[in-house]
Design a protein around this ligand. Structure first.
Ligand code: THU
Length: 151
């Protein structure tokens, strides 16, 4: 699967997004290390806070199917009344979700614009010094596994 094909999957997923409140539709397509693609759109809610971003929809679909290893995610976002998409970087919460599964240098975040230009970023650049499992492991070493005070 090429980056362009993955991005087109994100564009397709964007058409199924549910965003009546913001009017901003986002699609994401997540590629596993086995070449499978999980796509998703943003899903909004009248109560606002239960809304979910496209990237997390794709991640949670994949994780709940047992997937754990990913190579790339493509993102396509823009106003509902326009096909003229611009680069849509993932929000901070989605970056944190990526950090959980995609800490490796190889994981790529692909965005596209209306001219069909693709831009690729690494999570390390979007979320430097991110909080992850490593911090909890270090904490467990210092405080003991029960989370109590150090001796
Ligand atoms: N949104 C995404 O789906 N992904 C992002 O990374 C940025 C924002 C959604 C959330 C909300 O439904 C709409 O775009 C406007 O913020």
């Amino acid at each position: 699967m090429t980056d362009k094909e993955l991005y087109l999957e994100a564009v397709r997923a964007r058409k199924r997004a549910y965003a009546p409140y913001s009017g901003f539709l986002v699609g994401a397509a997540l590629l596993t290390d086995q070449g499978k693609v999980y796509s998703g759109g943003n899903i909004e809610n009248a109560a606002y806070s239960p809304s979910n971003c496209a990237e997390r929809t794709a991640f949670f679909k994949a994780i709940s199917e047992g997937e754990r290893r990913f190579l790339a995610i493509a993102i396509a976002g823009g106003p509902a009344d326009s096909e003229a998409l611009d680069f849509c970087p993932p929000c901070g919460v989605c970056r944190q979700v990526m950090q959980e599964f995609c800490c490796g240098e190889e994981f790529r975040i692909i965005m596209g614009n209306r001219e069909g230009v693709l831009r690729t970023l690494r999570l390390q650049d979007l979320l430097p010094l991110g909080f992850g499992a490593e911090q909890l492991r270090q904490s467990a070493e210092v405080h003991g596994k029960d989370g109590g005070e150090a001796e």
